[in-house]
Design a protein around this ligand. Structure first.
Ligand SMILES: O=C(O)C(=O)C[C@]1(C(=O)O)C=C[C@@H](O)C=C1
Length: 127
């Protein structure tokens, strides 16, 4: 099998690229690397923020299970969604995306709450 080699850089007209074009390609590559470094930092921050949020919701789930409170609270969710949509608009983030993102997280939290309630119930029944 023949090995693939990249074509020599040419302009749109097929002329060999000038040095200026190579320099700007190099600058673009550096910029891309720089931006990806920031994206990696932001993704790490998101993971840490989510981990802290789930630590809190774990405690909420345990509290709810101990006091026989329902796992989901639709009124609280509506307040959170309205608030997050306002924050997203101010931050120039698509509010529909912010709502979808929060719903995605809350869905997972409610799933955890139900599991906690179920295992607390099983324990109370001597399991
Ligand atoms: O505040 C609560 O009651 C929670 O259980 C936390 C939380 C959330 O993740 O923000 C999750 C489920 C509820 O429906 C509402 C909010």
């Amino acid at each position: 099998m023949s090995e693939w080699t990249p074509a020599a850089p040419t302009t749109a007209g097929g002329e060999p690229r000038s040095d200026a074009a190579s320099v700007s390609d190099e600058a673009a590559r550096e910029r891309l690397l720089y931006l990806r470094g920031s994206i990696d930092n932001l993704d790490a921050a998101l993971v840490h923020l989510l981990a802290e949020r789930f630590k809190c919701t774990q405690q909420v789930g345990e509290l709810k299970a101990r006091h026989s409170l329902p796992p989901a609270d639709p009124a609280r969710e509506a307040t959170q969604i309205a608030r997050l949509r306002r924050l997203a608009e101010d931050a120039k983030l698509d509010p529909a995306f912010a709502e979808k993102f929060l719903n995605f997280i809350i869905e997972e939290v409610v799933r955890h709450h139900k599991a906690i309630a179920q295992s607390a119930g099983a324990e109370a029944n001597g399991a």
